[in-house]
Design a protein around this ligand. Sequence first.
Ligand SMILES: Cc1ncc(COP(=O)(O)O)c(C=O)c1O
Length: 439
Amino acid sequence: MSKSPRLATQGSSHQDVLSQMRELRAEDAHWREGRTWSLVYNAGEDIRRLLAEAYTEFMSENGLSPLAFPSLRRFEAEVLAIGAELFHGDTAAGTMTSGGTESILMAVKTARDFARAERGITEPEMVLPASVHPAFQKAAHYFGVKAVNVPLAPDFRADVEAMRAAVGPRTVLVVGSAPAYPHGVMDPVSELAAMAQEKGVLFHVDACLGGFLLPFARRLGHELPDFDFAVPGVTSLSADLHKYGYAAKGASLILYRTPELRRHQFFTYSDWCGGIYASPSMAGTRPGGAIAAAWAILKYLGEEGYLKLSRTVLDTARALREGISATPGLKLLGQPQLSVFSFSSDTLDVYALGDAMEARGWKLDRQMMPPALHLMVTPVHATVVEPFLADLRACAASLASGEPAPDGSAAMYGMLGAMPDRKEADGFILQFMDAMYSE
Ligand SMILES: Cc1ncc(COP(=O)(O)O)c(C=O)c1O
């Protein structure tokens, strides 16, 4: 029997296509109800609808050519100007990118190329606290920059003295996070930036996660340290619009203290038979929809809207942290002050707790070193604080009484976390990826 072609000979109706897609969604994470604690920054249906309209309005336009689409150029310039103002970058210049990872890749490439041009460094290194996002390891891998990974201080923040000791003559960049994803704690940006400046090295603040929350949290009276271009020595900063900026996916900012530094990010090729080619970031084609939707949400919310959403997020996160700390057997890691945090236990298997919560419909990310569960709080979670904590208390009590947890990923996480050879763990994950990306 001949195999039927994967691309159907004849197309389907508009309705059929959409209904098939909706069916395929049945087992997706239930983010709309606030049961998922990562991946989706849900600020409600009015915002989702505005983003959908703004995105579709510009989904065919291509941000690669500012000459062809002055509208997109204007959107991007205004989004960057808002970012520069929020982050005290009077002379700052940057670009929009597709997300935190691309912004980070660009910051690392820029630092490498700057150091090559200005300091003649050909074997570059960068100094990273262990909690930085893996996008920095990816950048190290892609751009041939050696990652010098420095263990954290006991409070899970970057250890300034250990970082100082790791800076050498080949260091092109030092990094801190505001805050870091795993424990949601702020690295000591002022101290790190001063150290980098003293050593004559660029310093990047990864505010991908906190960038569009921190300025508003401070305006709401939360005591948080300086983290942006107001700090001498900060030379670049990344902030994701598609996280607490509540933009559609595919939108982040990378900003540099000066346009001269940004120059090292750009790519040009003027020797191609296809014409002059110039591209600001990793991507060639740049989706107009993501740029337009980011502009739309900043206009729609304004400062007032961001303050309101930030207040909801911060109050909800505090209520959750208090509830978790009050649950017998559970403890928060470090001193998270914002919207992201993780908790662990000295007496319970937290991976088994994760499975028990999953059986009740809550999807929590698992972390390692130490084993922990992770929460990223968004406005929708304000509606689930009590049911979540009630389930958490019940699951923790049942595990403490010796009840086995339902089957889940605990065994796999336990095994992966405990493998002494991390290369072996990577091999295992690669096999898993092969399986995920085949049909
Ligand atoms: C601190 C931090 N940096 C970078 C990133 C990477 O962002 P993206 O997933 O948009 O590439 C994240 C993602 O959660 C993050 O939390």
